[in-house]
Design a protein around this ligand. Structure first.
Ligand SMILES: Cc1cc2nc3c(=O)[nH]c(=O)nc-3n(C[C@H](O)[C@H](O)[C@H](O)COP(=O)(O)OP(=O)(O)OC[C@H]3O[C@@H](n4cnc5c(N)ncnc54)[C@H](O)[C@@H]3O)c2cc1C
Length: 497
């Protein structure tokens, strides 16, 4: 019997635990740091309500991190959150469930050296397996019986409808299915959402809950993993904190699904990273690897405008305007009282961020520098994006509440910095790529180069910026890698070893 220990019961971790434990020959233990239980009785109502993001100052189910979004001499600081509960960030997110495009997977394949392992055609079955598409389930590129219900709102609120008709008036075509086969790159489309009757559906409720009775699946909440244990270069166990005391758990194979921030910090704390930085923190080096050295995320500018009377509650996003590497989002939720917001996001930035440890102490959050807008390409594309969004607002006859972006490039750059935010889509801290690639941490099966018995399976592994929000792709990664892990029994090692 193969014994797999999964660290992190978030979006990817719940999928993996359910798919691996479907094989009775596989014994699976899932460890989650958060302490919210899984039982539907007593489950916090705020987490089910898909019309609000449950990430307020008093929310007890979050990891919180200070970040530096940009630094052009004056640092632009920010704060980001991640879900700390079963279902992870997918249990607190906006329910937007859009696939990455065929072009993204072509770029992903190029990053692997033209491998077909992550081509769109290869991964499509995993996307299909994950979903129960209630609108297009009869189409060959969709699934109709997967765990996650996906549908597009038939009755959008006026602010969404107004945005859509204004985009149409400006000549943007309609994309009937944003999860369509070619991943249409330009136009206005209704957002596929992972909700059920207004309730947020996470992979905890869709995948893990139905699997809980299996005798070969052990699930533990309130069990943060502090670091990994190695025998030489083989991962053999994890140190945890549980019930007020430290413990060590052993396994044949360890899978990190702790999310792009915590999977990376676990590797670093356990001695896999830049040797110089690790030694400076008195962490014994197990293997040199560029963990955290090139992450990606979507910079976003919020354009606020005066709203009409209160609307009925709905999901945060019902429509989006896709313009290849730009996504314009007419949020239905008010971030500022009395105002609506168009989010203007750059989906394929060329600048990359850096994550590194501040301390070897697991209680100390890492340094996270997004380094947004550090290339002229990104500044120019975001300026163009704001220009298009301003035209849409004009067409909507909306009264702006954000000062207009100046035309002069230096003043426009300062304006971008002043209005800069993030979409909270951090990925790529442990990039996939062939051995010898200076950016690669894992191989195309998620196995960490240079060590044995250790896989990363979450958004950490994505080697390119994704043109869409990452939730559907986090599920896909776990579906796809679960296949690999089941086939190999977790026993193969990275060829670079
Ligand atoms: C507020 C918010 C809104 C978002 N909205 C959207 C959206 O609408 N659409 C979209 O596409 N994307 C959205 N995203 C992004 C998306 O939800 C995440 O990128 C995705 O869920 C990440 O999946 P993951 O499996 O990589 O990590 P996560 O889902 O974050 O899972 C990581 C899990 O590991 C656990 N963990 C971490 N460290 C440890 C440890 N040491 N020991 C044990 N357990 C640990 C965590 O508690 C968590 O449960 C949003 C993100 C946020 C924060």
């Amino acid at each position: 019997m193969t014994d797999t220990l999964i660290v992190g019961g978030g979006t990817a971790g719940c999928v993996l635990a359910a798919r691996l434990s479907a094989d009775p020959e596989h014994s699976v233990r899932l460890l989650e740091a958060g302490s919210v239980g899984l039982a539907p009785e007593g489950f916090p109502a705020a987490l089910l309500d898909a019309t609000r993001l449950p990430i307020g100052a008093d929310a007890a189910w979050l990891w919180r991190y200070p970040v530096t979004l940009a630094d052009d001499g004056a640092a632009v600081m920010g704060n980001i959150v991640r879900g700390k509960l079963f279902g992870g960030s997918g249990a607190v997110n906006g329910s937007y469930f859009v696939r990455a495009t065929a072009a993204d997977f072509a770029a992903w394949s190029r990053a692997l050296g033209s491998s077909t392992a992550w081509s769109f055609d290869t991964v499509l079955p995993a996307y299909r397996r994950s979903e129960r598409d209630l609108d297009f389930g009869d189409q060959p590129w969709h699934g109709r019986s997967g765990p996650i219900p996906v549908h597009r709102n038939k009755n959008p609120v006026p602010v969404s409808e107004h945005f859509a008709t204004s985009c149409a008036a400006l000549g943007f075509p309609e994309i009937p299915d944003l999860n369509g086969p070619a991943g249409a790159t330009a136009g206005i489309g209704r957002v596929p959402c992972s909700t059920d009757d207004g309730k947020r559906v996470s992979t905890a409720s869709a995948y893990l809950l139905p699997a809980l009775g299996r005798p070969n699946l052990t699930v533990q909440a309130a069990t943060p993993v502090l670091r990994l244990r190695f025998h030489g270069t083989r991962a053999v166990g994890v140190d945890v904190w549980h019930d007020g005391r430290a413990d060590t758990l052993w396994a044949d194979h360890i899978v990190l699904s702790a999310g792009a921030i915590e999977s990376a910090t676990l590797l670093l704390r356990s001695g896999i990273g830049d040797p110089e930085q690790l030694r400076a923190l008195d962490i014994p080096v197990v293997h040199a690897a560029p963990v955290g050295a090139w992450f990606t995320d979507h910079p976003e500018i919020g354009l606020e405008y005066r709203s009409g009377p209160a609307e009925r509650a709905t999901v945060p996003l019902e429509y989006v305007l896709e313009l290849d590497d730009i996504e314009i989002r007419p949020y239905t939720v008010a971030f500022t009282p009395g105002a609506q917001r168009l989010g203007v996001a750059l989906m394929r930035p060329s600048s990359a961020g850096v994550l590194r440890l501040r301390s070897a102490d697991p209680a100390v959050p890492p340094v996270i520098e997004h380094r947004y807008l550090s290339t002229e390409h990104d500044r120019a594309r975001l300026r163009a994006a704001v220009g298009i969004a301003t035209e849409v607002l004009h067409e909507m006859s909306a009264t702006p509440r954000t000062d207009p972006m100046p035309h002069q490039p230096a003043a426009a750059a300062a304006w971008l910095h002043a209005n800069l935010a993030t979409s909270q889509h951090l990925s790529g801290t442990c990039r996939m790529g062939p051995a010898g690639d200076e950016r690669a941490v894992v191989d195309e099966s998620g196995r960490v180069h240079g060590v044995a018995g250790l896989t990363v399976a979450d958004l950490s592994v994505v080697p390119v910026p994704l043109s869409r929000g990452p939730q559907a792709t986090a599920v896909l990664i776990a579906e796809h890698l679960a296949d690999d892990l089941r086939r190999s029994g977790g026993s193969r090692t990275s060829q670079s070893l």
